[in-house]
Design a protein around this ligand. Structure first.
Ligand code: SF4
Length: 300
């Protein structure tokens, strides 16, 4: 993590992570697609998130109707994606989330993974997610959880344990990385991912959304993000299915990452109600960037 950007060691690091990923992932690039279901003002007030209630950036909030969710999912599926994610703010009604998940499951092709990205939950809720057809969950202990967020870090870890117990596939990420984070903080999250049997790992830099408290700290460069991506990829090692970088970044895609997201609906890094009109990549954008980095995108 102390390697200097642009040094020979940096390129050796990138090369090492890149060759491992090309070999292990058979040179296949993956497109994940996420639908953000609501922009309700969120009581957790994360210092980087446009949806924090206290930041007052998104007005009274809005929820996609079931019909709108289905329409967006259908558009993603016909454009050609691998895994489908449904994301909510932390206070979203869990039963409603299950109902929508169950309906979405029915319209997904057999074998397509469906992933929950929602607030904290216990073992009972984790089993219910699996019962309605979720195959995995995106869940993390964020950098400086409990300091930059209003969520006790223990709650995040309890949810990670519940995900493991329910045999849901875990998607983890070192995030949201800003210039103030130390190497030790980043490394701790890489090893936490291993502890909870991560299947899909990722690294994400923080986007300084104007009006959020942490925006004034600025952001790290894509080159710096590529270093974290490469190190995280090597730390997690062989027992993973894919390595993501968020937001999509070409440099990380030649430094061990093989997976990026297309997004629609709400996004915590954007103030547009529909991020596909803002920061969010389309499936075509994601496919093009993977191609630029030499990854083959195969939709089976
Ligand atoms: S990141 Fe999630 S939990 Fe934090 S304020 Fe945003 S929506 Fe709420």
């Amino acid at each position: 993590m102390d390697i200097e950007l642009g040094s020979e060691d940096m390129y050796l690091l990138m090369s090492c992570a890149n060759s491992l990923s090309r070999k292990e992932f058979r040179n296949r690039g993956l497109i994940f697609a996420q639908v953000g279901l609501d922009s309700n003002p969120c009581s957790k007030n994360c210092g980087f998130c446009s949806l924090g209630a206290r930041h007052g950036l998104m007005g009274p909030g809005h929820e996609l109707s079931e019909a709108e969710v289905m329409e967006k999912v259908e558009a993603f599926v016909s454009a050609g994606i691998h895994d489908l994610f449904l994301m909510t703010t932390a206070d979203y009604d869990f039963d409603k989330f299950l109902r929508i998940g169950e309906k979405v499951r029915k319209m997904l092709p057999d074998g397509m993974r469906m992933v929950a990205n929602t607030g904290d939950f216990g073992p009972g809720e984790a089993r219910r997610l699996a019962d309605v057809g979720f195959t995995g969950a995106y869940h993390i202990r964020r950098l400086r959880e409990g300091v930059d967020t209003e969520i006790p870090p223990e709650d995040r870890e309890a949810t990670l344990a519940a995900i493991n117990e329910a045999n849901l596939e875990l998607y983890y990420c070192v995030e949201p990385i800003g210039p103030e984070h130390t190497a030790d903080e980043l490394i701790a999250e890489m090893f936490r991912a291993k502890k909870y049997n991560v299947s899909v790992m990722a690294a994400m830099r923080r986007i300084p959304v104007p009006g959020t408290p942490l925006a004034e700290n600025g952001q790290i460069s894509e080159f710096e993000l590529a270093k974290v991506t490469a190190v995280a990829r090597l730390v997690v090692g062989k027992n993973m299915r894919a390595m993501g970088v968020h937001e999509p970044s070409l440099i990380s895609l030649i430094a061990g990452a093989n997976q990026i997201y297309a997004e629609t609906g709400v996004n915590p890094r954007d103030t547009k109600e529909d991020t596909s009109l803002g920061r969010g990549f389309s499936v075509e954008d994601a496919s093009t960037m993977l191609w630029e980095a030499g990854w083959e995108v195969v939709i089976e």
